[in-house]
Design a protein around this ligand. Structure first.
Ligand SMILES: [Zn+2]
Length: 70
């Protein structure tokens, strides 16, 4: 098992801490290094993490961002 270090300890959705044993959703950005039977890639840059229960399919609440800008 590969262990990854997250730069944050809180959920990007609800802002409460992510604790041991909780299921979380992580979005990582990476590049395909080699095309074989499987795709090989370097360790991804984590750009988003939240609780599985909080995950609603979008990285950012775009409506909220839009409301803040207007
Ligand atoms: Zn959460």
């Amino acid at each position: 098992m590969t262990e990854m270090i997250l730069g944050v300890t809180t959920c990007d959705k609800c802002d409460t801490p992510m604790k041991a044993g909780q299921s979380i959703v992580i979005i990582g950005l990476s590049t395909v290094a080699k095309e074989t039977d499987v795709l090989e890639m370097p360790e991804p840059e984590i750009r988003y993490a939240c609780h599985l229960d909080c995950w609603d399919g979008v990285e950012v609440d775009y409506q909220e961002v839009e409301a803040r800008l207007n």
